[in-house]
Design a protein around this ligand. Structure first.
Ligand code: NDP
Length: 281
């Protein structure tokens, strides 16, 4: 499987997104666990979750799956609410997440989005958790370039390893200045919602996508995921609750585009021409 350098390590090009998993009936849970196992058994080695997802249900399901795997082979990412961003509450949230995940450390712990707590306080709390050995590294999510600059201006802020923002063909805003800034400052990027999340509400599927997918003999979802991965420089974290879709997402990693195909897609889904407001779900 194609790999990328992420968080200074060799990593699978896609990770496993887990928003909304663990919230359904037993049959749904079985299907979600089978999909996750299929992904892990076929080379995926990153899982993204958050205390917010099902208020812990996503983390609990992941903990049950990970019992059967070598913990050190997998990069486990979780996130805390902005209103838990003080040193005391970060520690409490983290310990609760670790318990649900049945592990004694996280590879990355992220501030889910910016809240009212000063970034300097949040960084103090995160650095403390690194020193305590409870997290290997930390990062942020839903940060714009200006947020990242502010973060880098507080003590130890430059220890931020990743930023996770919305990124798909219909939401390209981060290409303008967030991605270049992160590259320059060696902060890895995770793009969330490659398919525009549930129901595609945030991503209008135009005929060009259906036609191109048909010509290439792939599904529209595969085309969307391959497009996000086209430059091999970021991690995308599609969510699926089915083995069939997990298999299809893994196959998408090997799909490439010609220059003409990319130019055609750019016409319908143009790259940003200025620094707009950061889009988030
Ligand atoms: P995605 O863009 O990953 O879309 C998920 C939807 O696509 C589901 O309905 C899924 O259905 C469907 N799907 C997946 N694979 C296929 C396929 N091959 N063919 C057809 N349908 C498919 O949405 P998410 O919003 O879940 O984003 C992915 C992850 O990113 C989240 O799960 C979460 O981990 C993270 N995230 C982070 C945020 C943040 O603020 N940091 C915000 C939002 C997401 P099915 O399950 O039936 O396959």
């Amino acid at each position: 499987m194609k790999s990328i350098t992420f968080n200074h390590q060799n990593t699978s090009a896609i990770g496993i997104g887990t928003w909304h998993i663990g919230e359904g009936n037993n049959m749904m849970t079985e299907s979600e666990m089978a999909a996750m196992r299929y992904g892990l058994d076929h080379g995926i080695n990153v899982i993204d979750t958050a205390e917010m997802y099902g208020e812990g249900k996503s983390e609990t399901l992941i903990g049950n799956v990970l019992k059967d795997y070598h913990r050190n082979d997998i990069q486990l990412i979780s996130k805390f609410y902005p209103y838990h961003a003080t040193p005391k509450l970060i520690e409490e949230s983290l310990k609760a997440s670790l318990k649900r995940l049945q592990t004694d450390y996280l590879d990355l712990y992220l501030l889910h989005w910016r809240g009212k707590t000063p970034l300097s306080e949040t960084v103090i709390g995160l650095e403390r958790m690194v020193k305590a050995g409870l997290i290997r590294n930390w990062g942020v999510s839903n940060f714009d370039r200006s947020d990242l600059e502010e973060l880098f201006s507080v003590p130890d802020g430059e220890n931020c390893r990743i930023n996770e923002d919305l990124y798909n063909i219909g939401s390209r805003g981060i290409e303008y200045s967030v991605l270049p800034w992160q590259k320059k400052n060696h902060v890895s990027f995770i793009g969330y919602s490659p398919f525009g999340s549930d129901g595609g509400e945030f991503l209008k599927i135009k005929p060009v996508l259906t036609e191109m997918a048909q010509q290439k003999g792939v599904s529209v979802h595969q085309l969307l995921l391959a497009w996000v991965l086209r430059n091999h420089d970021l991690l995308s974290i599609p969510k699926t609750s089915s083995v069939e879709h997990m298999q299809s997402n893994l196959e998408a990693i090997d799909i490439s585009f010609t220059k003409d195909e990319l130019e055609l897609l750019d016409k319908y889904y143009p790259a940003p021409k200025n620094e707009g407001r950061l889009e988030m779900i």
